[in-house]
Design a protein around this ligand. Structure first.
Ligand code: PLP
Length: 419
């Protein structure tokens, strides 16, 4: 259940004081109805360490002003800190240039930016867009809207019974009409890590650009956009111990320059008359209006925090947790794990025979255990496995094995009540 393609640092990971790291997260001290919070909903949103909270407070109390628009002290400081945040994100994903990092409101916004900026300009009637069964709705619906508008066609890569992409079938979908690929790096519903590097290389043989939805990958495994050679890469801060309301779109500079703007307004222009507007250079061309300045600075602090621990160490710790949780849940009669790919992040989707997932979530909540239940914005996956919904436990590096034990005990309580 390990990933040959991902560098892990188990030796360093085991020497880290994970209990001390956990203590950075004040919310984990909460009690829910007198029971300690066991937060296993990290794929939906992760929690924020004190270091990031402190950074937000420092910004709001000593550095806040609007950016790019004044020569006064605070505006200059805020502009510089916003730029520094962009550079931290650039380093985090090893982008070649800071102007290749665009702040958006999150993954969904990033994907919509590519659809409007690239898709509406370059995709034509009869063209084909390849997506996969594993996509989150945010990497399906925008492309369907585009396909409808342009008369283009969506082709879908199937998955096997373990929840792995059928890569040979992906390759067979390519032809001269293929013009775009949208590919999820790690499935939010199943945890499957997709072999994106070889899939990107294959698309490039046909000169087809590839957008990677990295919302569930960036928090858990190292990302190097130059090594991947992806054309676009998107993720959100709130799944990386950062604030809500901000994310990034990485795009290769040449592509971003060729694209049309998505939103019009202040800061994205270089000159405006009623006859004609000329646009600013990247990244500003795609950042119309006042951006989420505070959130972007918090995002910068969050990736700095994760980098200080080491994403490879986080990956090693979480793989260990996944292995333990998989072993424990697999032993339980009536529990079916959905998504058993050879390469996974620490996400376990499961069903309990005879119990609706919403009831599972409700009973676990009574023990202070937070899991997500539903279709996880991935209805095609639910259809593939013929289930209406699942319960999903998704782990972060501040979770511990005793919390897996509590989940197992909680599931036993559910079974006692319903069966
Ligand atoms: N893509 C994946 C794989 C996700 O898991 C999510 C959120 O759960 C999104 C996209 C959408 O992210 P956001 O809601 O932050 O835009």
């Amino acid at each position: 259940m390990n990933s040959a393609n991902i560098s892990l640092k188990p030796e360093i990971s085991s020497s880290l004081d994970w209990g001390k790291i956990r203590a950075d997260f004040p919310i984990l001290q909460l009690k829910i109805d007198g029971k300690p919070l066991i937060y296993l909903d990290n794929a939906a949103s992760s929690q924020m360490p004190q270091q990031v909270i402190d950074r937000l407070v420092r910004y709001q109390t000593t550095q806040h002003a609007n950016i790019n628009r004044a020569v006064h002290y605070l505006s200059e400081v805020a502009t510089l800190e916003y730029h520094n945040a962009r550079c931290k994100l650039q380093q985090f994903i090893n982008a070649r240039e800071d102007r290749e990092v665009i702040f958006t409101s999150g993954t969904t916004d990033s994907i919509n930016l590519v659809m409007h900026g690239y898709g509406r300009k370059f995709i034509k009637a009869g063209d084909e867009i390849i997506l996969t069964t594993l996509e989150h709705h945010s990497n399906i619906v925008p492309w369907q809207m585009l396909a409808e508008e342009k008369g283009a066609k969506i082709r879908v890569v199937p998955i096997n019974d373990k929840g792995e992409l059928e890569v040979d079938k992906y390759e067979k979908l390519f032809n001269e009409r293929t013009k775009f690929v949208g590919l999820i790096h790690v499935s939010n519903a199943l945890g499957t890590i997709n072999p994106i590097k070889s899939m990107i290389d294959f698309a490039h043989r046909y000169s087809v650009p590839v957008l990677i939805d990295g919302a569930q990958a960036a928090p858990h495994i190292p990302i190097d956009v130059q090594a991947l050679d992806c054309d676009f890469y998107a993720f959100s801060a709130h799944k990386l111990c950062g604030p809500t309301g901000v994310g990034i779109l990485y795009g290769k500079a040449t592509l971003l320059e060729a694209m049309q703007p998505f939103k019009g307004g202040g800061d994205m222009i270089s000159s405006v008359t009623f006859e004609k507007t000329t646009y600013n250079t990247i990244p500003h061309k795609f950042e119309a209006g006042t951006p989420p300045i505070a959130a972007a600075i918090g995002f910068g602090a969050a990736v700095e925090y994760l980098t200080a621990i080491g994403i490879e160490c986080i990956a090693a710790y979480e793989f260990d947790l996944l292995e333990y949780a998989t072993e424990r849940l697999s032993e339980m009669p009536g529990v079916r794990i959905i998504g058993t790919a050879a390469e996974k992040t620490a996400v376990i989707s499961f069903t309990i025979a005879g119990v609706h997932p919403h009831d599972v979530g409700t009973i676990l909540n009574q023990d202070g255990i937070a899991v997500r239940t539903g279709h996880h914005c991935a209805q095609p996956i639910m259809q593939r496995f013929n289930v209406p919904a699942t319960s999903r436990a998704s782990f972060a590096f501040y979770n511990k094995k005793s919390e897996v034990d509590a989940l197992v005990a909680g599931i036993k309580t559910v079974q006692k009540i319903f069966l």
